[in-house]
Ligand binder design. Structure first.
Ligand code: GDP
Ligand code: ZN
Length: 371
């Protein structure tokens, strides 16, 4: 982790009273300011995380920090990339994570029921899909549900538009059918190779706002990041080379300052995206993306209609694309299961084991481990 990506706009020798403009340039706002009391220490933003060590951007520069033993034991919020944290003056150690404006989370792979926060305080989620064989509306729907749950605004980037002619793709038709997946999402066809459409992306964010890139491996996330970084291109190369397994791929989630003054985070190496929603709020998670189906379902004869073979089902009677309906039902099952498992687990453990600060009733991850 080098220090060439973040240079505070304004330095302030008295770090306990940081210059607001330097912090605002990396996302600080009244939402976070209002959580502070005077004795709270130095605010900083988590730019990357690596096995319990965190690269923190403060008003005066960047530093490497751990967390206090107390925070580790308390079960309170664990720092994720994008989080605002408080450091003890004179001792760079994180003692508190400020409440989040938004959080992108999934169910941790291969674990019973743990939440894994992938990114915190994201304004825009760039959902990247290739227009080549990677294009998969069902996967895009899954990311759209994740975005809706996170609180970030979804923007779908259909990358590799330079291949459209070669693959005989009707770009306009694909954009239109992608838009049907979610009327609220913004759909932008781009090419990271030819730069087509890339100039539109910075306009999606105001200076100081944060976006994240999510999508399968190979869709072009790091190419997009590099093209947008321009002269700072070196930064990603350094990260890619430092992969411990020696593969030419990134697994680190990391924040970058973009030339226009906004921030961008790559979320590489996510092979599996299982949904996560706050306990007992799972039906709301599907609302933005599947509003059409949920509206129809209100007219089904049975309240607990499964929309498969029941008589009087308003959903199967309508002309919903079967694959879209199947995907909806699959995600609904996944979320219902999450709720049921949580109930069983908290009943077994009893209320005394419910850790402080965890409103979901589900355990926090002990540590946010990269895959
Ligand atoms: P990531 O795994 O999502 O980070 O994907 P990469 O950025 O590593 O890109 C995967 C492959 O797709 C690389 O060979 C890129 O050169 C290629 N690629 C990325 N963007 C484009 C594009 O816009 N057009 C074409 N034709 N290839 C692209
Ligand atoms: Zn029904």
């Amino acid at each position: 982790m080098t220090s060439d990506r973040y240079t505070p706009g304004q330095t302030n020798p008295d770090a306990t009273d940081p210059a607001p403009s330097a912090l605002e340039s990396i996302g600080w706002s009244s939402f976070f300011q209002s959580q502070l009391t005077p004795a709270d220490g130095i605010p900083g933003r988590v730019a990357s995380a690596n096995h319990g060590r965190f690269l923190i951007w403060t008003a005066t520069g960047e530093l490497d920090a751990g967390v206090t033993g107390q925070l580790r034991k308390s079960g309170a919020l664990w720092p994720a990339v994008g989080d605002w944290v408080l450091l003890r003056p004179g001792d760079p150690v994180i003692h508190r994570v400020l409440a989040r404006k938004s959080k992108l989370a999934r169910k941790q792979p291969e674990r019973e029921i743990r939440e894994q926060v992938l990114a915190a305080n994201i304004d825009v989620l760039f959902i990247v899909s290739g227009l080549d064989r990677d294009y998969n509306p069902r996967r895009i729907e899954r990311y759209l549900v994740m975005a809706a749950e996170s609180g970030a605004r979804p923007v779908v980037l259909l990358n590799k538009s330079d291949l459209a002619a070669e693959l005989s793709l009707d770009l306009e038709a694909i954009v239109a059918s992608t838009q049907l997946l979610s009327p609220a999402a913004t759909i932008i066809p781009i090419s990271a190779i030819s730069d087509h459409g890339l100039d539109v992306l910075p306009a999606q964010l105001a200076p100081g706002q944060t976006a994240a890139l999510i999508g399968s491996s190979g869709v072009g996330k790091s190419t997009i990041l590099n093209r947008l970084l321009g002269d700072n291109r070196q930064a990603t190369t350094a990260v890619r080379e430092s992969d411990s397994r020696g593969r030419h791929t990134t697994t680190t989630r990391q924040l970058f300052v973009m030339p226009g003054g906004w921030l961008l985070m790559d979320l590489p190496g996510l092979r599996e995206i299982q949904l996560w929603a706050e306990a007992n709020q799972s039906s709301g998670a599907l609302k933005d993306t599947f509003d059409d189906i949920q509206q129809l379902a209100q007219n089904c004869r049975f309240r607990d209609c499964s929309h498969t073979a029941e008589p009087g089902c308003a959903v199967t009677a309508a002309s919903i694309e079967p694959a879209r309906l199947a995907n909806y039902l699959k995600m609904q099952r996944e979320l219902t299961q999450l709720d049921r498992k949580t109930d069983i687990k908290s009943a077994r453990e009893g209320p005394s084991k419910n850790k402080p600060g965890n409103k979901t009733g589900r355990p926090y991850p002990k540590q946010d481990r990269p895959e």
